[in-house]
Design a binder for this molecule. Structure first.
Ligand code: HDD
Length: 688
């Protein structure tokens, strides 16, 4: 039915309730019959204070926002399931690890420094937080896409975050570390050096949230039924392999699509292309820990996979988008303190500090100690205790049993829950030797080596990756403004990592090589590890990726059909781009609608491009900046370019030079499209 009571003046096209359409009401259930006009005294008179419909609507709207997360404010979430695939009952009694067990999960990926409305592709660490709704309570594995952290002790976290976020007086830059305060602080904190190597690598420029690794970072413990504990590090390995963009591409992505990662994740899940990660563990004991030149309780250190191989124990599949961003992705509250029996903390001082911070921050964000009752946070298993009341209490406990022990049951009253025969306390009793000693504000000597693993990381990269790291340092330090002392201080630290790296950064900045910084402990050489390189771990696959297919009037219909088929056959998305979104008239007279308009769909959105043009169209497009840029950027971003014979004029104008990655439209294109052509790069840009 249509409301016609107020013809021509708001409300004339509005549907009214009836049939399956529910009645619009206030929050208190009172039906609303006019949602277009406030209540007035006379048609042109003042609005009445008694208009509770207006007041409630505006009142609620005014309070829609909650404080954004102090870090990791911008995030994207998805529901999924974790399936345990290996029997590790000898290591852990946790129900979530029982072979064959399927556990509901919610995952939130995030950038760290930017606000909730910032972009998806800054150079930044990505959060990788997983909530497992296990049978024995929630387990939150709140990690990042980098296996180490900037600092060793939680007491430095506020300094790190203050330094990296927008500067206190001017409130910029947003979502980036390339500014004075971050590098001032980092250059004074040698313990950041290892993480800085990762942050300056392409790890912080992921192509897709689906194509990055995740890490629990800290050393945790697994505890078996007998109470025996082992140390463990958690790893997420993406089934699609690791893939990163390059810096120029990431910069241009910020302009092309602020929501690049969020959209990519949503669309993949929406189309049934469920992203998957394998959960791996590195397990080791006290003897191994004691034999290492680093401390396993130091979160700035990793355990090389060559020393302790990663054992796969399960698979995470993200299979459902959130129904509501705010209710789920925004309100989800991760707590590193959420661990079920069978998993335990280590004494890592960074982890210990986190155990306080997260609970506290949720109270500030979500406003109440009852945030665990919000559906996304509530355990899926029953929960019961004597905690009562508080703001926004939604549970209605019956009876008098709000204390324990009690003997109410003896009188036939409900006595309430009692301690579990098997639970966390049992596990905790036997999780390794106790550390004891004087009460001190001190850091163990075993935490003193800040450079060996930074060196290990740098030396494990291939030449292209090393060049990217050196260039990132140059770029970031070049953005340091008035603090002239900062770049040399940083380069002085880098001399402890690798002399060649330090020289490249100094040369790139145009400064003299400073004296080497004094190291708290002299670095040692560790054997390079292939697992640390992206390039050595990329999968030559088009699966889950996207190819931009540029067409225009006159495009050969057969060529287009076969290249699209080949791309889709390789499980990738073929996205057709034309100068006009209405499409292009193909050689056979048919009109192919475009998925994107050329001017608004640049090639940085794709993993490879196919240029399917007639000679006339190529000559015409060679005069258009968007078309030239499309091809030039694809070439510059080291992507495969498959081109029809007719496309040559456009390729020439875009400066495309023949190489392995420039192909025709046949099978060799699809094969090439699964790769990036890093060898091309030195010919195109000066890297440090
Ligand atoms: Fe943290 C959020 C990961 C150290 C304090 N952190 C947060 C999130 C992730 C991480 C992924 C976003 C969770 C979400 O999506 O809601 N944080 C890490 C990792 C760390 C780390 C991998 C080191 C290994 N964090 C860390 C320390 C502290 C915090 C040392 C404080 C002492 N982190 C917080 C926080 C946040 C947070 C302020 C902001 C929002 C939230 O907790 O829920 O409490």
């Amino acid at each position: 039915m249509t409301d016609t009571r107020n013809p021509g003046n708001g409300g004339e096209t509005h549907q009214q309730a009836g049939g399956d359409t529910p009645v619009l009401t206030t929050n208190h259930g009172v039906p609303i019959s006019d949602n277009q006009n406030s209540l007035k005294s006379g048609a042109r008179g003042p609005t009445l204070l008694e208009d509770f419909v207006l007041r409630e609507k505006i009142f609620h709207f005014d309070h829609e926002r909650i404080p954004e997360r102090i870090v990791h404010a911008r995030g994207s979430g998805a529901h999924g399931v974790f399936e345990a695939t290996a029997d590790i009952s000898d290591l852990s009694k946790a129900a979530v690890f029982k072979k064959g067990e399927k556990t509901e999960t919610f995952v939130r990926f995030s950038t760290v420094a930017g606000g909730a409305g910032s972009v998806d592709t800054p150079r930044d660490v990505r959060g990788f937080a997983v909530k497992f709704y296990t049978k024995e309570g929630n387990w939150d594995l709140v990690g990042n896409n980098i296996p180490v952290f900037f600092i060793q002790d939680a007491i430095k976290f506020p300094d790190l975050v203050h330094a990296v976020k927008m500067e206190a007086d001017r409130a910029y830059p947003q979502a980036g570390s390339a500014h004075d305060t971050f590098w001032d602080w980092a250059s004074l904190m040698p313990e950041t050096t290892h993480m800085l190597m990762w942050a300056m690598s392409d790890r912080t420029l992921p192509r897709s949230l689906r194509m990055m690794e995740g890490f629990g970072v800290h050393t945790f413990k697994l505890v078996n039924e007998a109470g025996q504990a082992s140390f463990v590090k958690f790893h997420w390995k993406p089934r699609l392999g690791i893939q990163s963009t390059i810096w120029d591409e990431a910069l241009k992505l910020q302009a092309a699509d602020n929501d690049y990662h969020r959209r990519d994740l949503w669309e993949a899940i929406d189309s049934g292309d469920f992203p998957q990660w394998d959960l791996g563990i590195q397990v080791f004991d006290e003897d191994f820990a004691n034999a290492q030149p680093y401390d396993v309780l130091d979160a700035t250190k990793l355990i090389p996979e060559d020393d302790v191989p990663v054992r796969i124990i399960g698979t995470l599949t993200l299979n459902r988008n959130p129904d509501n961003f705010f209710a789920e992705t925004e309100q989800v509250a991760f707590l590193p303190t959420n661990i079920p029996p069978g998993i335990d903390f280590s004494n890592d001082p960074l982890l210990q500090g986190r155990l306080f911070s997260y609970m506290d921050t949720q109270k500030s964000r979500l406003g109440t100690t009852n945030f665990h009752q919000i559906p996304i946070n509530a355990p899926r298993c029953p929960f019961a205790n004597m905690q009562r009341d508080g703001m926004m209490q939604t549970m209605v406990p019956k009876g008098r049993a709000n204390y324990e022990p009690n003997s109410l049951a003896e009188h036939g009253e409900e006595g309430g829950p009692r301690e579990a025969p098997r639970g966390f306390a049992t596990a905790n009793a036997a999780t390794g030797p106790d550390e004891q000693g004087d009460k001190l504000r001190i850091r163990a000597d075993t935490f003193a080596d800040h450079y060996s693993q930074a060196r290990l990381f740098y030396r494990s990269q291939d030449a292209h990756e090393q060049a990217h790291i050196a260039s990132s340092f140059v770029f970031e330090l070049s953005k340091v403004g008035v603090l002239d002392q900062v770049p040399p201080r940083m380069v002085a630290n880098l001399r402890n990592v690798d002399e060649d790296l330090a020289k490249r950064v100094a040369a790139g900045l145009g400064i003299d090589l400073p004296a080497k910084a004094k190291a708290a402990k002299a670095p040692v050489d560790m054997a390079p590890s292939d697992a640390l390189s992206i390039h050595k771990n990329m999968k030559p696959t088009l699966e889950g990726r996207a190819v931009g297919v540029l067409i225009a009037d006159g495009t050969d219909a057969g060529e287009l059909a076969s290249v699209v088929k080949a791309i889709e056959g390789a499980k990738a998305k073929a996205v057709v781009i034309a100068p006009k979104v209405g499409g292009a008239k193909l050689s056979d007279g048919s009109v192919r609608k475009a998925d994107g308009q050329l001017a608004g769909t640049p090639s940085q959105l794709f993993d490879a491009v196919a240029i399917v043009l007639s000679a006339d169209a190529a000559a015409m497009l060679a005069k258009q900046g968007a078309a030239v840029g499309f091809v030039m950027d694809a070439f510059g971003h080291l992507k495969a370019i498959g081109a029809s014979d007719g496309a040559q004029a456009l390729l020439d104008k875009a400066g495309v030079e023949p190489d392995e990655g420039v192909t025709g439209l046949g099978k060799d294109f699809v094969k090439a499209a699964a790769r990036r052509f890093y060898d091309r790069e030195p010919k195109l840009r000066d890297l440090a």
